[in-house]
Write a protein that binds this ligand. Structure first.
Ligand SMILES: [Fe+2]
Length: 140
């Protein structure tokens, strides 16, 4: 589909079914936001704000799940990872705040930010806790 910006692939998998499915949802929401930036006009504005709120609500739930798992397995880089999550949420708030003044610029910038986040954070930082999840599976 032409409106797809990011595609899920196995390189993004962290080897945990719950986290992977949440990351897939984040990919879907990013593509939805991307589709919204291509609408133009008043529809785009409503669509954008609705989609960003969707992303915010979703990442809140997702980050909590991820942070809980990292704590369970005593992930040593927990604090740094949590900081990255907090920066991400702050960036979303920032985008919404700025949106009224520079609509298109902000919408496109945010979509790019989300895409980079998925490619860098999920494929980078999130994958670093993968070895620790093996311990979690053993404990079950
Ligand atoms: Fe993460």
């Amino acid at each position: 589909m032409a409106d797809t910006l990011v595609k899920w692939n196995d390189n993004l998998s962290v080897g945990n079914a719950l986290i992977d499915s949440q990351h897939q949802e984040l990919v879907r929401l990013t593509n939805e936001l991307y589709a919204g930036t291509r609408l133009g006009g008043a529809t785009a504005k409503v669509y954008f704000l609705k989609a960003v709120r969707g992303v915010m609500a979703y990442v809140k739930e997702h980050f909590s799940a991820e942070e809980e798992i990292m704590q369970q397995v005593n992930y040593p880089e927990y604090a740094e990872h949590k900081r990255q999550h907090e920066d991400f949420v702050a960036e979303l708030f920032n985008a919404v705040r700025k949106f009224d003044n520079e609509e298109n610029l902000v919408a496109e910038g945010l979509v790019k930010y989300l895409m980079d986040w998925i490619l860098e954070h999920i494929a980078g930082s999130d994958k670093k806790y993968m070895p620790y999840l093996a311990d979690l599976n053993k404990e079950k």
